[in-house]
Design a binder for this molecule. Structure first.
Ligand code: PLP
Length: 399
């Protein structure tokens, strides 16, 4: 704008400062709150033109996650579901996709009620059973999609083993890495082709943003995802890209503390008679533990446990005071939920039970508070739930 006489007050309000971030010394990428970008002239080649197609704040996050996952390209979406939609939208009518039988309910709904109606077929398989996976392959199988650590039972699948089968049969491996994050596992290094995230969880880390990410191993796959991102337009806003960018900066310190707290909570619960079983890949003695020990750099901050039948599970979660009752996970605050009544309530009761989701199952997403305070919260809730149950039993025996 050199040489231009900018005397108008309103013009100066808008153009009073030269904007050139290379000279600001800002240590963080600015939140580029601009839908469009000016061309120098009609023939000028510009890096940015319109923020659905590309935004510098979003691009920062996209490069950040691609680097962390060791991928070629990253893409940021307005939710985890939008990211998963984009990863599956690269397929077309007539394609067949294998899906893990314990995937997130929202993904299951997207597949069943949206993609199936558009001519893509799916077969649900137990990804822990390689023979079952191989038996489900069809001539038109184009991908396998699964979660290496399942929710809420924390069952672990070997990404390396599944990716090897997929490679041998020439189809893609797509992994939802929400629970582990690139801090604990990099699926692309284990042979996967595409990684998706609900960045709403550990990457954002503060329960203050809904966001999703996709990372591709190759630029060719990146082009296919970019087409969907730009054509369908479910992009992450610059402010939310900034929140996820900032969250990612503290991912490892948060997860270290969450895992340490998880360990202490599990040790406490294991010592209690009211607890029947604990599900956590960090507990030695299971195939889940062996796979996780081999392919992950930690066991994560989520675990679940079953209360004995004579403990009132709803009373237990209702009595928690510090640990909040909520369905999300992966944030700085500890959250508890009852999958049978909350996150998995839309499944018919017999399916819930067949999947091992009993009315006595509690899921905990461990935060970064002091473990001693979390334990005393569990302790008082167990005491209340046991008292309540005793009252029920007493009433039954009197009545
Ligand atoms: C494993 C997993 N994947 C995907 C999603 C969907 O992400 P979002 O809620 O950010 O759309 C969730 C949400 O709970 C999830 O737990």
């Amino acid at each position: 704008m050199e040489g231009l006489n900018m005397t108008g007050f309103n013009t100066r309000l808008i153009h009073g400062q030269n904007i050139n971030d290379n000279q600001t010394g800002a240590v963080n990428v600015p939140v580029y709150q601009s839908s469009t970008y000016a061309y120098p002239d009609i023939n000028g080649k510009v890096r940015w033109d319109y923020s659905r197609s590309g935004n510098p704040t979003r691009e920062y996050l996209e490069k950040q996650i691609a680097t962390l996952e060791h991928g070629a390209n990253g893409f940021a979406f307005a939710s985890g579901m939008a990211a998963i939609h984009a990863a599956l939208a690269i397929f077309k009518e007539g394609d067949h996709i294998l899906i893990g039988d314990q995937i997130y309910g929202g993904t299951y709904r997207l597949i069943n009620d949206y993609f199936q109606a558009r001519g893509i077929t799916f077969t649900s398989v137990n990804t822990q059973d390689l023979e079952a996976v191989k038996a489900a392959i069809q001539p038109n199988t184009k991908a396998i999609y699964f979660e290496p650590v399942t929710n809420p039972l924390l069952q672990v699948t070997s990404v390396r083993a599944i990716a090897a089968v997929a490679k041998a049969h020439d189809f893609l491996t797509i992994v939802d890495n929400t629970f582990l994050t690139p801090y604990l596992q990099q699926p692309l290094d284990l042979g996967a082709d595409i990684v998706v995230h609900s960045a709403t969880k550990y990457l954002g880390g503060h329960s203050d943003v809904i966001a999703g990410l996709v990372v591709t191993k190759t630029k060719a796959l990146g082009k296919r995802i970019y087409f969907i991102q730009n054509a369908l337009g479910g992009v992450l806003s610059p402010e939310n890209a900034n929140l996820v960018r900032r969250g990612i900066q503290t991912l490892s310190v948060r997860m270290d503390r969450q895992q340490e707290n998880a360990r202490q909570l599990i040790d406490y619960l294991a010592s209690r008679d009211e607890v029947a079983t604990i599900h956590y890949p960090g507990i030695a003695g299971s195939r889940d533990h062996e796979i996780a020990a081999e392919e992950c750099d930690g066991f994560g901050g989520v675990f679940s446990f079953e209360l004995q039948d004579d403990v009132d599970a709803p009373a237990f979660v209702n009595s928690l005071q510090l640990i909040r009752l909520a369905v999300s996970l992966g944030a700085v605050e500890s959250l508890a939920e009852l999958p049978y009544e909350m996150s998995h309530a839309e499944l018919p009761p017999e399916e819930r039970l067949a999947a091992g989701i009993t009315p006595q199952l509690i899921r905990i997403s461990v935060g970064i508070e002091d473990a001693a305070d979390l334990i005393s919260d569990l302790n008082q809730a167990l005491a209340t739930a046991t008292r309540r149950q005793n009252v029920h039993i007493l009433k039954r025996s009197i009545g």
